[in-house]
Design a protein around this ligand. Structure first.
Ligand SMILES: N[C@@H](CCC(=O)N[C@@H](CS)C(=O)NCC(=O)O)C(=O)O
Length: 204
């Protein structure tokens, strides 16, 4: 088997699992669930000196960071790859946007809900909502006019952004003010590969 993936939900590995399942690609999952398991894995450290998951190894290629891995898989296997002019650049743009403008705020809300943050959970969620206002409004404006983020079909851009936003509702972020975004997200998460991965993630 050529592809090895280090990680396992509940960490960010679900983003890459979703991509691999979309392509029906064969892979071996090296299960590392906790910070302790991640820190202890010398095999992971050989491929990723930053010792984080998800990390993907495909024969002689190692790639880490969930968004970069999915963009690699899109290019390498022509999987959910936007084909229009500047399509790949726009997929990179949306992936960086998801990491920079969405991920940190959602993580803060998730940690607060889990009691990891010292602040009161509702204050943290309120602050996250304030910070998320602009990026969520940007997505809403775009999805008012188009069905997908890049081109006219579901692509790695949709997958990367939706795989970050999947935690929004569970951590208490209200998406009601963003109806087009909500409908797009539901559509992404109804895909068989997504349903399968998230059902398995809930099983642990
Ligand atoms: N931006 C990276 C974040 C990777 C990351 O922080 N992974 C966490 C698990 S979700 C990790 O490996 N933590 C171990 C540690 O911080 O020591 C990505 O999207 O892959």
């Amino acid at each position: 088997m050529a592809i090895k993936l280090f990680g396992a939900p509940p960490n960010r590995t679900h983003r890459v699992l979703w991509m691999l399942e979309e392509g029906g690609l064969e892979y071996e999952l090296i299960r590392l669930h906790t910070v302790e398991e991640i820190a202890a894995s010398e095999e992971l450290a050989r491929h990723n000196p930053n010792r984080k998951v998800p990390t993907l190894v495909d024969d002689d290629v190692a790639v880490w960071d969930s968004m970069a891995i999915n963009l690699y898989l899109a290019q390498r296997y022509e999987l959910l790859l936007p084909t229009e002019k500047a399509g790949f650049a726009h997929a990179v743009q949306w992936s960086l946007f998801a990491q920079a403008d969405l991920d940190g705020h959602l993580l803060a809300a998730a940690k607060a809900g889990a009691g990891v943050e010292e602040d009161r959970a509702e204050d943290v969620v309120r602050r996250a909502m304030e910070s998320l206002g602009r990026p969520l409004s940007a997505l809403e404006r775009i999805l008012e006019e188009r069905s997908h983020l890049v081109g006219s079909e579901f692509s790695v851009a949709d997958l990367n952004v939706a795989s970050v936003l999947v935690v929004a509702r569970p951590v208490g972020v209200d998406l009601a003010p963003y109806p087009h975004l909500g409908a797009w997200l539901r559509g992404c998460l109804r895909r068989p590969a997504a349903r399968d991965v998230f059902a398995r993630a809930l099983e642990g």
